[in-house]
Design a protein around this ligand. Structure first.
Ligand code: HEC
Ligand code: HEC
Length: 340
């Protein structure tokens, strides 16, 4: 009995917490949504301009792939909000891969990487796609030979004085560049900072629905400040009901709840990277909201936070309008000149 009371109390207090916002530009209650100005960096890889510049060249260089035709940017392109505009990624020899290319926007703020969380840091992540035969299919010793014999040599010397050119340095440079791909100046951010005119009345309504546990219930998972809890959830996507579905997080952590669970992505800059979900199954943000509104398609092993939502058509449109306010106006992006 005591336990029940405690649970009820806890539920009530969580509920109160989520509703504690005052929907006024600049209000103190909203400040938790602002991202820290500096992206966290590991102690052994502080951010320097030389590393960022080198990492940018490597990121855009197709010579990092076995066939010389695929760079990181083939799948994570600034033209498509740092994804690729495809339902799921196309790899080596245009092979269709099983999962969508996630955006690399704000990944530096997250403490776990990949749809299934199999990598922790951007450094750990970055060599994977080069080695992966289904992706860039690169022979790493051959790559290091190339980098050591080309003009890259000087750029490595500048970024990592006195160090050899190796996998560790490539990884650190790529991670440093990725930490500069940041979205934290959207109309929503400006509103949180105090600009009353940054959001429309509809977008503010959408935000209120987004955080309300009895309406959109979105912020339980897309939580402050980066719109992610860095957690894994099964959303009941139709693809989970197919034969041999992608088990997602379960492949790394064999717990029943993790079957078909995928990482909560940030939704900053979300207007730039359709289609959506790890299987590319939603073409528009409205389709995403419709999926949540019915509590998902496949009910088996679904997250307890997926439930049928009580949302009118107008309210769904408000939530979409709110998500549209999360895009930082794109600045001109200067492509690197690659060393010969
Ligand atoms: C063939 C397309 C392709 C290429 C090329 C590619 N990626 Fe990816 N990337 C993906 C896919 C697909 C995933 C998700 C895979 C998964 O979760 O199983 C991913 C995941 C990531 C993530 C994790 C993001 C997150 O939110 O979890 C980062 C960071 C990343 N890639 C960076 C890179 C870098 C750096 C390179 C170049 C060295 C690269 N990618 C090359 C398709 C690609
Ligand atoms: C139970 C946790 C949870 C709740 C509740 C939730 N989301 Fe998500 N969201 C996720 C996860 C996990 C994914 C990725 C799932 C996948 O692809 O399998 C996701 C994906 C998305 C995407 C696509 C992102 C991309 O890059 O493909 C959008 C947009 C989104 N959610 C918006 C919302 C909105 C709006 C709501 C409320 C109506 C909401 N979410 C409620 C966890 C949640």
């Amino acid at each position: 009995m005591k336990r029940l009371v405690l649970v009820v109390l806890l539920a009530v207090s969580l509920h109160a917490l989520a509703n504690d916002y005052v929907y006024k530009a600049g209000h103190p209650s909203l400040q938790e949504w602002l991202l820290p100005k500096d992206v966290p960096t590991p102690k052994d890889n502080p951010l320097t301009p030389a590393k960022v510049e080198l990492g940018k060249m490597l990121f855009f260089d197709p010579r990092l792939s076995g066939d010389g035709n695929m760079s990181c940017a083939s799948c994570h392109s600034p033209l498509f909000g740092w994804s690729d505009g495809q339902k799921t990624a196309r790899g080596h020899k245009s092979m269709v891969l099983g999962r969508a290319s996630p955006v690399v926007v704000n990944t530096g703020y997250n403490d776990i990487q990949m749809w299934d969380g199999r990598e922790k840091t951007l450094e750990d992540q970055s060599i994977g796609p080069m080695r992966n035969t289904a992706e860039m299919n690169m022979d790493i010793p051959k790559l290091i030979d190339f980098l050591s014999e080309s003009e890259y040599k000087e750029h490595f010397e500048e970024a990592f004085p006195g160090e050899p050119i190796g996998v560790e340095q490539i990884a650190k440079a790529l991670a440093s560049f990725e930490r500069t791909i940041v979205s934290r100046d959207s109309p929503f951010d400006n509103w949180v900072r105090g600009d009353e005119n940054a959001l429309t009345a509809q977008q503010i309504r959408g935000f209120a629905l987004f955080v309300d546990p009895d309406k959109g219930n979105c912020a339980v998972c897309h939580s402050a400040p980066n719109f992610t809890d860095n957690g894994f959830h099964n959303l009941g996507l139709a693809s989970f009901g197919e034969e041999n579905p992608d088990l997602g997080r379960y492949t790394q952590r064999p717990l029943r709840l993790m079957k078909g669970a995928f990482k909560t992505p940030t939704i900053r800059d979300i207007t730039l990277s359709a289609p959506y979900f790890h299987d590319g199954s939603a073409e528009t943000l409205m389709e995403v909201v419709e999926h949540y509104a019915i509590g998902g398609v496949v009910k088996e092993n679904r997250s307890p936070n997926m439930k049928t939502l009580n949302l009118s058509q107008q309210e769904k449109e408000d939530i979409v309008a709110f998500m549209e306010s999360l895009t930082t106006p794109p600045k001109a992006f200067v492509l690197p000149i690659l060393p010969l």
